[in-house]
Design a protein around this ligand. Sequence first.
Ligand code: FE
Length: 348
Amino acid sequence: MKLMAKTRIAAAVLALAGAAAANAQDNVLNLYSARHYQTDEQLYAGFTQQTGIKINRIEADDTALLERLRNEGKNSPADVILLVDAARLWRAQAEGMFQPIQSKVLESRIPANLRAGGEDGKGGEWFGFSTRARIIVYNKVRVKPQDVSTYESLADPVNKGKVCTRSGSHPYMLSMIGSMIERNGEQATEKWAQGMVANFARQPMGGDTDQIKGVASGECGVALANSYYYARMLRSPKADDREAINKVGFIWPNQQTSGTHMNVAGGGVAKNAPHRDAAVKFLEYLASDEAQEYFANGNNEWPAVATAVSKNPSLQSMGKFKSENVSIGAIGKNQIPAQKILDRVGYK
Ligand code: FE
């Protein structure tokens, strides 16, 4: 009886091992994505056509996706994780959710400042696949553009009572402040944060679109927003969106100095990916010119790869600008000192 039970267990273990091996060779890829845009259908279809690998998608917002990955732990079926903003991508790295990979394709196509993690000179753990700029929007009646031409200038006394932002603890703000820490140091950044709090038109609230609307209504003189929110409003079929955007001017910040703060949507291979090779192939596909165009256009962003062409009319109408080249790894990591600064100065 005992022997039979043992045999049965051994058989069950063998069957499981067999299933795992078969699973690893399946032509599928489990994609955990915080992105969901119309153009993604074409993006994924293109990959399946090229490689024969089918994509199973789990889509949720960044917070829910990270929570799910934490709960699944070592047993997670995730192969590729796509998230939005360096602050979140770095957090996923810090929690050990990615594995380092080496890919000649990614190293040659994705600029060095848009790759992060991994040991020095040995590939990376996460990669930016599209970029967005953090722009300054201002009320054309209340504010002179020359008073708000840099992130630093928003903390000047001339802008007292005019500045609106979303919560300082939101990843978009933490990343922007993380980039300032990298460029100006912690002391100067803390002074800046104090100046921002002194200049608030209202306590931080809402999302980036709410900041643009607050500027349009005149409640705010000046605010910060990611470029795709502005581009989306430019393209909006709604009359009130267009009316609002007409009252607002925008600035590419820091053109005479460090360039405009850039962030990414990006991703990497999951730590325990059952289909690791397929996962690397998928990231390499995302770096192809064809995929870059879909990936960037889905959310009015720019391709990360220099040879990929953006044909987005809203972005084209916004013109060319100088972007900063701070490493997204440093931006991600600096969210910790950034949050401490915000806590010290009472920037909610
Ligand atoms: Fe966003």
